[in-house]
Every structure is written in structure tokens, then in C-alpha cells.
Design a protein around this ligand. Structure first.
Ligand code: GLV
Ligand code: GLV
Length: 317
């Protein structure tokens, strides 16, 4: 009979249809997070699993899984999975790179433009019928074109964000282990972490969450930023010390923030609520229909490979 797959959350219908064509499912996933019990039961009986960033796959979750060959993480980030625990059990872990690069870069720009040009404040003004007409000094924001964009972490998504800066004639400063050659005309310059913070008008975070990047943006890092600068985070919440960020914003130490991710999702630091210069999205980086279908296809390709004893194309180490 066909392999048994545990699917943690309901995925877009074309993905569910393809899954059902090829595999049996342990049970019917829903839109809600699986809960610890369903997660552990699913992992213990399945040959393959599709998990998402809301599932913490630690040693304990894998303890009962004896048949499990692969966890296909429906995300590019895989900080939700204890890789050592998986490796000890010879479980292959895969992610979904590339297919969500553009969608995530687009959302990063949505946040950047929204916070600089006060899009959410303007929207609220109009919707609340409070707008009394054009005025020379109403909702004046910050310039975007020509200002300096700082990229912390010049991987696939960082580069895609930097490429989009060309149309805004923005010089790009970035941190990276190696120099990166611009794929589009533009001035890209590698710099130290401190230089990027101190010299950028927009600082955008694109590092994975690891022990090294947890609270990378802390009170000290925020204090290096310009008072007129904006912080954009579409990577992982814990890269930023959220309490320190809330404090900086309340004190006017930086100009604003555009956030797609939070330290303890779905909770958000209470001081970040109600600040006019903070734009908050509910972790929508990869949330386009096409991207979410393609992420599912990548998970399926990896599962197909592993259950047929072929190497997984997107194994992470
Ligand atoms: C989303 O946050 C992802 O890592 O894919
Ligand atoms: C603004 O609407 C302008 O025309 O300058």
C-alpha cells in the first residue's frame, strides 16, 4: 500500500489533491495547529510528515516515531526542528527554498513603503471618515527613493530585496560572509554589522534564526541606528529583542518599524500595539496563492524522493 503521510496543517487544495492521489494520510488536517497530541501521534505512525513553522519538532516529538523517514518543512526556515534529534533517528529534514524568495521580498517592500509613507495611518484616516481633505502638512512621511537600504543577511531573500532597491535608486549596504555581485545595476557595498546599522535609513533583516542570530537586534544594535531610520523584519521574530524594540520606538530612538514576524507568535509585545509608526502583518511573507502551492509541491517532491530511496533535493543539514 502507499506510504502514510502526516500533514500537520491543511494546505492549499491543489496540494491536498496531489497528496491524496499518491499517499494515504494519517488523518484529516485542519486549519488549526495540530496540538501536541495529534502531532506526536501523527509523527509516530507516518512514513513521512509535512510540518510547518508552528510545529515544534523536538526530541520529545520524535521519540515515538519509528517509521518516519522524512520531515518536509513547509517553510524555508527550519528553526522549529531539532536537526540533531532528527539526524540521530536518521530522519531527513527538507525545506522549501527559492519558491518563496520573491513573495517574501515583496512583503518586505510592502512593509518598508507602508511604514515610511504612513500607509496604514492614511488608510485608517479615510476609513474612519476622518479625512477632511488634502493639506500641506498632513501625514508627512520619510523619503524612500535615494535613501540607503541596509540588508542584514544577504542570502536569497536579502538579495531579492536588494534587487528591488534599484528602481528606488537606493544604495545598498549589506552584511555577508562574502561579497555579493549585484544582479541588477546598483551600488551594493559589503559592510560590518555596525556600519550597516549606523549608516542605513532602512535596516531589513534576512538572516535565519540560529543561536548566533537570536536577539541579534538588541538594545545595543538599536542604539546604533539613526533616529530617522526604520527597522523591517520579515525573517524570524526572535532575531529581534522585541522588548528592546518596543522601548526604542516608544522613546523615539528610531523612526519606526515594519514587522511581519514576532518573538512569540501569535503574541506580540503590548507596547508594539497602538504605536502609529509600527506596521504589523501576521507573518504573511510567503502568503500568495501560487507560492503556497509551490511550497507544497516542493514538500511532495522531497517526500517522493525519500520514500523511493532517492536523495531529497532540499535536504537541510
Ligand atoms: C516562513 O516564514 C518560512 O520560513 O517559510
Ligand atoms: C498632489 O496631489 C500634487 O498634485 O502635488
Amino acid at each position: 500500500s502507499s506510504p502514510l503521510v502526516f500533514v500537520a496543517r491543511r494546505l492549499p487544495e491543489p496540494v491536498m489533491a496531489r497528496l491524496r492521489e499518491r499517499y494515504r494520510l494519517t488523518d484529516e488536517p485542519s486549519d488549526e495547529p495540530p496540538g501536541r497530541e495529534r502531532l506526536i501521534a501523527g509523527l509516530s505512525e507516518a512514513d513521512a510528515a509535512i510540518c510547518t513553522l508552528t510545529e515544534r519538532i523536538d526530541d520529545d516529538a520524535l521519540r515515538a516515531g519509528c517509521r518516519l523517514k522524512i520531515i518536509a518543512n513547509y517553510a524555508v526556515g527550519f528553526n522549529n526542528i531539532d536537526l540533531d534529534a532528527a539526524k540521530r533517528r536518521r530522519i531527513i529534514v527538507t525545506n522549501t527554498p527559492d519558491v518563496l524568495t520573491d513573495a517574501t521580498a515583496d512583503v518586505t517592500w510592502a512593509l518598508l513603503l507602508a511604514v515610511a509613507r504612513r500607509v496604514t495611518e492614511g488608510h485608517a484616516l479615510v476609513q474612519q471618515r476622518s479625512w477632511s481633505g488634502w493639506a500641506p502638512t498632513q501625514l508627512l512621511g520619510a523619503d524612500v527613493t535615494g535613501r540607503t537600504l541596509g540588508i542584514i543577511g544577504m542570502g536569497r531573500i536579502g538579495r531579492a530585496v536588494a534587487e528591488r532597491a534599484a528602481g528606488f535608486r537606493m544604495p545598498v549596504l549589506y552584511t555577508a560572509h562574502q561579497e555579493v555581485v549585484p544582479a541588477v545595476p546598483g551600488t551594493w557595498q559589503r559592510a560590518s554589522f555596525e556600519q550597516v546599522l549606523a549608516q542605513s535609513d532602512f535596516v531589513s533583516l534576512h538572516v535565519p534564526l540560529t543561536d548566533e542570530t537570536r536577539h541579534l537586534i538588541d538594545a545595543r544594535a538599536l542604539s546604533l541606528m539613526r533616529r530617522s531610520a526604520f527597522l523591517i523584519n520579515s525573517s524570524r521574530g526572535p532575531v529581534v529583542d522585541e522588548a528592546a524594540l518596543a522601548h526604542s520606538l516608544k522613546q523615539g530612538r528610531i523612526a519606526g518599524a515594519g514587522l511581519d514576524v514576532y518573538e512569540r507568535e501569535p503574541a506580540i509585545h503590548h507596547d508594539l500595539l497602538g504605536l502609529p509608526n509600527v506596521v504589523t502583518l501576521p507573518h504573511l511573507g510567503s502568503a500568495t496563492w501560487r507560492t503556497r502551492v509551490r511550497m507544497g509541491e516542493i514538500c511532495l517532491e522531497n517526500i517522493d524522493a525519500v520514500v523511493n530511496d532517492r536523495p531529497a533535493p532540499n535536504q537541510v543539514t
